[in-house]
Design a protein around this ligand. Structure first.
Ligand code: HEM
Length: 128
């Protein structure tokens, strides 16, 4: 018997778009002079984690938690100095990635981006 399904942003945006978004985002982050000092790890691995995280963040399967447990994103970011300027740079890279993959200007994309703005603000842990 089919379970009734709640409509989620994940259903609307989908796995392929999430993959494209992450692929458009991290090359920008690694090239950004404000962000690049923080990103010394393997890009393929952070992309894999972010695909899993965003999948569950949008209401899809809890891929990140299945492998890593509680997201606890603020706590996981505490080893990195995240200033307001770095949060802005992160969001700017994300905005460009949204434009590149066509998430800009559609309601699901606008809602998704607003959620990311909220989470980015929570991640700030260091004054300028
Ligand atoms: C506000 C600015 C942000 C900065 C400067 C930042 C920076 C970082 C850095 C340096 C890492 C570790 C990279 C590595 O392991 O090589 C990381 C990991 C991660 N970030 Fe961010 N981040 C920010 C915001 C966000 C936001 C808003 C989200 C989610 C919506 C997010 C999701 C993640 C995830 C899922 C990981 C992987 C965590 C893990 O190791 O399991 N980040 N971030």
């Amino acid at each position: 018997m089919n379970e009734p399904r709640l409509e989620t942003l994940y259903d609307e945006i989908g796995e392929e778009k999430i993959n494209k978004l992450v692929a458009a985002f991290y090359p920008r982050v690694y090239q950004d002079p404000v962000l690049s000092p923080l990103f010394e790890g393997d890009m393929a691995e952070i992309m894999r984690k972010q695909r899993m995280f965003l999948t569950q963040f949008l209401g899809g399967p809890p891929l990140y938690s299945q492998e890593f447990g509680q997201p606890a994103m603020r706590q996981r970011h505490l080893p990195f100095e995240i200033t307001p300027k770095r949060a802005q740079a992160w969001l700017r890279c994300m905005k460009e990635a949204f434009e590149e993959v066509g998430l800009e200007g559609i309601p699901a994309g606008e809602f998704f981006y607003k959620r990311l703005e909220q989470v980015a603000a929570i991640m700030v842990n260091t004054a300028e």
